[in-house]
Design a protein around this ligand. Structure first.
Ligand SMILES: [Zn+2]
Length: 102
């Protein structure tokens, strides 16, 4: 478990609020935390191409809720979990920091 900085009053916090997580759980790198309480998390994955018998590296960018008690910053590696849809593009929430930026 990550260290808890403080309790927050955010109802959309997966730890202190009422937000339930379910389904997909991913780990990724925070590439943007400009928006308030939102972070863009880059998730790397590979797909196998049978034709070339090689792996193709791909990535996706996920908008995730970034609660005050976590406040992930650019460069942090974080765990994200799927939630209900929070906005047009946001349906994940950060559940903890795996590795803070060195
Ligand atoms: Zn919280």
């Amino acid at each position: 478990m990550q260290e808890e900085k403080a309790k927050c009053n955010d109802p959309r916090c997966p730890i202190h609020g009422r937000l339930k997580t379910r389904g997909t759980r991913l780990a990724g790198l925070v590439v943007s935390s400009k928006a308030k309480k939102t972070a863009i998390v880059k998730v790397d994955y590979t797909i196998y191409l049978y034709k070339y018998e090689r792996y193709l590296r791909k990535h996706s960018r996920i908008a995730a809720h970034n609660p005050e008690c976590i406040s992930a910053k650019v460069g942090d590696t974080v765990n994200v979990a799927e939630t209900r849809r929070l906005s047009k593009t946001k349906s994940f929430a950060i559940t903890g920091i795996l590795k803070a930026k060195a």
